[in-house]
Ligand binder design. Structure first.
Ligand SMILES: N[C@@H](CCC(=O)N[C@@H](CS)C(=O)NCC(=O)O)C(=O)O
Length: 203
């Protein structure tokens, strides 16, 4: 088993943090996304037709792509500590918050990078105006999250979950595009400090 990853990208980091939180050892193999190895026909044919990382490769040759699918695989095999919630209500709440963190934090932050960076020049059709729309959306989400976190410790409740991992990876990646937690966002800053101090955050 191994995980195709990239040290510089936010979605593989989600999986690395998740695996670190579970305390399990899985080899990670870096794919050189700077040279677009992930977009080559060979990678698409043999590993992931979507041309993206992360991808989990099982010993029988099965490939599981999509960060959350990979995390669910490990949750199933290693239920402790639970990172997708426990019981019907908690699981639904974690799902809701993780999706919100994907759609309203990680996605707009990633779109700013995709639509403005040299990295994606020639890889995708870049639309700088769309980047600005996404920048504003991410900033609005940070303000909203700051309000949400006034009433609880973590994104989905009292426990650290995958929703925190998604939010942290999104917010940290935003700094590359100068999308930052504002000085007035005391709750969001407090949350970020706490989740960043977990050993898994170094993954
Ligand atoms: N939905 C996918 C998104 C994966 C994704 O966007 N991967 C990025 C890294 S964060 C990638 O492979 N980028 C390289 C490229 O697009 O060429 C997941 O969560 O697994």
């Amino acid at each position: 088993m191994k995980i195709y990853s990239s040290a510089v990208a936010p979605n593989p980091r989600r999986v690395r943090i998740f695996v670190a939180e579970k305390g399990i050892q899985v080899p990670f193999e870096d794919v050189d996304i700077t040279r677009a190895v992930n977009r080559q026909p060979q990678f698409r044919k043999d590993i992931n037709p979507m041309g993206e990382v992360p991808v989990l490769e099982l010993d029988d040759g099965t490939h599981i792509a999509e960060s959350v699918a990979i995390c669910r695989y490990f949750e199933e095999l290693h239920p402790q500590p639970p990172l997708f919630g426990v019981g019907a209500v908690e699981r639904a709440a974690v799902e809701m918050w993780n999706r919100r963190m994907e759609f309203h934090v990680l996605l707009p932050v990633a779109q700013v990078f995709r639509n403005t960076s040299e990295f994606f020049k020639g890889r995708i059709a870049q639309v700088p105006q769309y980047a600005e729309v996404c920048r504003a959306a991410a900033e609005k989400s940070y303000a909203w999250l700051d309000e949400e976190l006034a009433g609880r410790r973590f994104i989905a409740g009292d426990q650290f979950t995958i929703a925190d991992i998604t939010a942290l990876c999104g917010i940290d990646f935003g700094r590359v595009s100068k999308i930052r937690i504002q000085p007035g966002h005391k709750n969001l800053a407090r949350w970020r400090e706490e989740v960043s101090s977990r050993p898994s955050a170094k993954a």
